[in-house]
Design a protein around this ligand. Structure first.
Ligand code: HPA
Ligand code: ZN
Length: 344
């Protein structure tokens, strides 16, 4: 076993992955045909080509517009988890979805949630992978629409639906815009997270923690620009869900050695790795580990820290978390033993 194979095989948790960004290009083309949605190109291999977050978000919306029936959501959720298992030994995911990208097109919230849950339950039966859901506020929406979305999510709540998050372009729409939506989610018993300081200053991290009540931070790449925010997050043990490839592409970091994740890990923050929008950035969870850990020269002990940070950052209950930790530790020990003496 070589090191890339080892990195693919380590058991993984994923906490920053957008359902709509996991749709296979071939499935996107298939659903577009089924529902007669016009595509920008006939070449499946070129459907997911873009250079900026704004172009990316446009295609993200277009993929969403091909998801119409409950079966469409189920198929894509199932395939998404199948890919995670096959390419990265995914064992547990807390997955984002954007309700308003669907409900604004007249798709009932129940169709979205029930379809996702059908796919999640079928994938658990077939592959043993578990998955929960986080409904994301779309930052470019009006605050009132986001608050209504939360009410509707709570009215259609299922066991799988455990949290509220927030995505979309960060710079034009700061987090405080959505304080009401977060308040309603907390009152309804949802766990809270948000994309923050992906494309904006570290003050957005402070706002997410103190004003919105977030428990984790998604991305957080500009945190090193503010020592006070950095020290606070270290002291409080805040977990950061980081995504190497997707952000290197849209923010123009030329290769992964220039990605701020390197300095975040070196500064002692609790970082874990994710694929974000894997199919849309031509990556997968296994590849994220392979590319980042080989580019930065991370050894097995750093990989173990990244993997177990993922477990500790989940919103599983303490018993479940402890048993997942034990399971992962045993598998990591066995993989470490298999790697010893082989060529790195
Ligand atoms: N950032 C902002 N919006 C998004 C992302 C992201 O990482 N993924 C999907 N929508
Ligand atoms: Zn994201």
């Amino acid at each position: 076993m070589d090191y890339p194979e080892y990195l693919r095989k380590v058991p993984k948790v994923e906490l920053h992955c957008h359902f709509e960004g996991t749709v296979r290009a071939a499935t996107f083309a298939d659903l577009a045909r089924k529902h007669e949605v016009a595509l920008p190109t006939d070449e499946v291999a070129r459907l997911y080509d873009y250079d900026t977050i704004y172009e990316f978000l446009k295609i993200f919306g277009m993929v969403s517009s091909t998801l119409i029936d409950r079966a469409d959501f189920a198929r894509c959720a199932y395939e998404s988890l199948e890919d995670g298992v096959r390419l990265g030994n995914l064992r547990y995911r807390e997955m984002f979805f954007n309700p308003t990208l669907h409900t604004r097109r007249g798709i009932p919230m129940a169709t979205v949630i029930d379809g996702l849950v059908d796919g999640i339950r079928a994938a658990e039966t077939d592959f043993g992978v578990r998955c929960k859901l986080i409904a994301d506020v779309y930052r470019q929406d009006a605050p009132e629409l986001a608050r209504q979305m939360v009410e509707e999510v709570l009215a259609n709540r299922v066991d799988e639906l455990i949290g509220l998050g927030m995505d979309g372009a960060e710079a034009p729409d700061p987090p405080e815009k959505f304080v009401e939506a977060y308040r309603a989610a907390k009152a309804g018993g949802l766990r809270l997270t948000s994309h923050a300081s992906e494309d904006a200053p570290p003050v957005n991290i402070t706002t997410c923690l103190d004003v919105l009540g977030c428990e984790r931070i998604d991305h957080g790449y500009h945190i090193l620009a503010d020592t006070a925010v950095l020290n606070r997050c270290k002291d409080e043990g805040i977990y950061f869900t980081c995504c190497p490839t997707s952000t290197a592409v849209v923010y123009g970091w030329p290769d992964l050695t220039a990605h701020p994740i390197k300095d975040m890990v070196a500064a002692g923050l609790n970082v874990m790795l994710n694929s974000d929008d894997p199919t849309m950035f031509h990556t997968d969870l296994g590849r994220e580990y392979v590319e980042l850990c080989t580019a930065l020269g991370y050894d097995q002990s750093t990989v173990r820290t990244l993997v177990l940070n993922g477990v500790d950052a989940t919103w599983l209950d303490d018993t479940d978390k402890a048993s997942l930790r034990t399971e992962f530790t045993g598998e990591l020990d066995a993989l470490d033993a298999a790697l010893t003496g082989t060529d790195r």
